[in-house]
Design a protein around this ligand. Structure first.
Ligand SMILES: NC(=O)c1ccc[n+]([C@@H]2O[C@H](COP(=O)([O-])OP(=O)(O)OC[C@H]3O[C@@H](n4cnc5c(N)ncnc54)[C@H](OP(=O)(O)O)[C@@H]3O)[C@@H](O)[C@H]2O)c1
Length: 324
């Protein structure tokens, strides 16, 4: 089959691209080329994966890419707003463009990656925009699937990457109290996406996905510290302080250490789904535990945060690259 993946150089989209290409499918990933993590390069060097550079605002480019595709995985998304890249622009208008382009190109199936607790009128622009994207997908003429994962981990992710680098940089963490999470291994998420896109299972379903291990977020941090052989101190702090750290990180960092939307996710815990009525069939239930083995497999090298993680320095480096 031929499958297009928006956000295909990102974490989940990239794992899906590699898995489908390795199974002999033809994969075209769509991205703007802004995401330049080493993981993106690895994905693009996989045999059977090609890239079309386009943003979600370019409906014509999306339709040209989707021509001849059997299925589309819509994995592009953001977790902080920068300039014109607002939640409404990327998640709502972007999803409308993706759905229209898929319908015009005669694509049969489309799977959307939403979020476990996406819902309307909850006071979080991230959650509300993901819900609006779900509604657009559900009202399409396509054979659609809406997947609502919680927190996903694995190689090339944001979770293990940021926690590892933070543990290698700072001796102290702000505690999230006793807030629970159910981390989902990216391999399990890809397995479910594959079932929807290739096998046509989960059609017209809105399905929550969480991992099999439930633990407090603070214990996840402690587990990573143990695997890394680092000592860390978790300090109780009011949630308002964590929001303030997230706002500062969004302003200053190329990829924020933690984003405001992520604090909101942790504040309300990443365990119980909202407005996700269709359970997974038993054979697709996630099986990978969150333990030292799965964590070690997804962890990057222990490299501390540095100046190039700051937006001001990254801009200068970009300008130097452009002049060269
Ligand atoms: N990771 C998780 O724990 C998690 C949990 C629940 C739900 N989700 C959802 O799952 C999806 C994938 O997450 P992820 O962790 O794989 O994200 P990711 O690693 O940040 O990848 C997202 C990709 O989307 C692309 N993108 C962003 N804005 C775009 C735009 N305007 N036009 C075209 N492409 C754009 C980016 O590439 P360029 O910048 O190069 O275009 C990026 O590589 C997201 O929608 C996210 O909300 C993720």
């Amino acid at each position: 089959m031929k499958v297009a993946i928006t956000g295909g150089t990102g974490f989940v989209g990239g794992h899906l691209a590699v898995a489908l290409a390795q199974q002999g499918h033809q994969v075209v990933v769509i991205a703007r080329g802004v995401d330049r993590r080493p993981w993106a390069t690895e994905v693009l060097s996989t045999k059977g994966v090609s890239i079309d550079f386009a943003g979600l605002s370019d409906g014509d480019a999306l339709r040209r890419t989707f021509d001849g595709c059997d299925a589309v995985a819509h994995c592009a998304g953001i977790n902080r707003e920068i300039g014109s890249q607002t939640y409404v622009a990327v998640h709502v208008r972007g999803t409308r463009n993706v759905v229209q382009a898929a319908e015009q190109a005669g694509v049969a199936r489309l799977a959307l990656l939403s979020f476990l607790r996406a819902r309307p009128n909850c006071g979080s622009a991230y959650h509300e925009s993901k819900w609006a994207a779900e509604e657009i997908v559900r009202s399409s003429t396509l054979e659609w699937t809406v997947l609502k994962p919680g927190m996903i981990f694995g190689r090339g992710d944001h979770l293990l990457d940021h926690l590892t680098r933070a543990l290698c940089t700072f001796p102290v963490f702000t505690s999230m109290g006793c807030r629970r999470v159910r981390p989902l291994a990216v391999g399990d998420a890809v397995n479910i996406l594959r079932a929807a896109l290739i096998e046509g299972r989960l059609a017209r379903r809105t399905t929550p996905i969480t991992g099999p291990t439930e633990l407090e977020f603070d214990d996840a941090v402690r587990l990573l510290a143990t695997v890394l052989g680092k000592r860390t101190l978790l300090l109780r702090a009011p949630i308002a302080l964590t929001y303030a750290v997230a706002r500062a990180a969004e302003l200053m960092m190329t990829v924020p250490l933690i984003a405001v939307a992520q604090v909101r996710m942790l504040e309300e815990e990443v365990v119980e789904p909202v407005l996700a009525p269709d359970p997974l069939p038993a054979d697709l239930l996630p099986v990978t535990a969150f333990n030292d083995e799965s964590v070690r497999a997804g962890m990057p090298d222990c490299s501390p945060f540095g100046l190039t993680d700051l937006r001001a320095f990254a801009k200068r480096a970009d300008a130097r690259e452009t002049r060269a």
